[in-house]
Design a protein around this ligand. Structure first.
Ligand code: SF4
Length: 199
């Protein structure tokens, strides 16, 4: 699983260890529902591509994840869009993974959707529950994040989450992604988490 050679079977562990909340939420929703709606698939597929998951492994990952679908349903309803995201269908555009600004401002999620940015789109109660469930953050640790989010500083909340969850790696408040930068892209969050964990 060195950069660029990630396989379908690595995704669970890598996402649970290194992904920001938006992608962790999509991953857990996919595991729970064995399905993701269109914009969720779009957001997560491009993230996984940027993470270095090759197309063959992406198709395997999605096929296994949609466990309630037949091979025929999968081929007919989902395969094209996954390949499309990799620039292998239609106009063959190699779409970049979405940045935080795009995730926060475009394609606003409805009640049944799981895409978007949890710092922006979750209720305070749901955000708090997600921080506790996925990252084990106690209420005291969450308070700064919730305060930043209340002031509509979503990236600040996400950056603080990175700092708190990498404290054991020597990341302190104000260190951001360990290089002083704050979060502006889910894949940069992921990459920095992976790098920091190896240092
Ligand atoms: Fe994802 Fe960016 Fe929101 Fe963090 S701030 S959860 S990386 S969209």
């Amino acid at each position: 699983e060195d950069g660029g050679h990630i396989s379908a079977s690595h995704v669970d562990a890598l996402v649970r260890k290194h992904a920001p909340l938006c992608m962790r939420n999509l991953h857990e929703s996919l595991r729970r529902d064995k399905h993701l709606k269109h914009y969720g698939r779009l957001q997560y597929n491009l993230f996984l591509k940027d993470m270095g998951l090759p197309i063959e492994e992406a198709l395997l990952f999605w096929r296994r994840s949609f466990a309630n679908k037949t091979d025929e349903q999968f081929s007919k309803e989902y395969k094209y869009n996954i390949r499309h995201g990799y620039g292998l269908e239609g106009k063959r555009v190699n779409y970049p993974a979405k940045s935080c600004v795009r995730i926060i401002t475009q394609d606003q999620p409805g009640p049944q959707d799981n895409h978007g940015c949890p710092f922006r789109h979750f209720s305070p109660a749901n955000l708090s529950a997600a921080l506790a469930t996925h990252y084990g953050l106690a209420p005291a640790e969450q308070s700064e994040i919730l305060t930043a989010v209340k002031a509509e500083h979503y990236h600040v909340g996400c950056t603080r989450l990175f700092e708190l969850t990498h404290a054991k790696k020597g990341i302190r408040k104000g260190d951001g992604l360990g290089n002083g930068e704050s979060v502006n892209h889910p894949n940069r969050y992921f990459e920095r988490s992976w790098e920091v964990s190896r240092e």
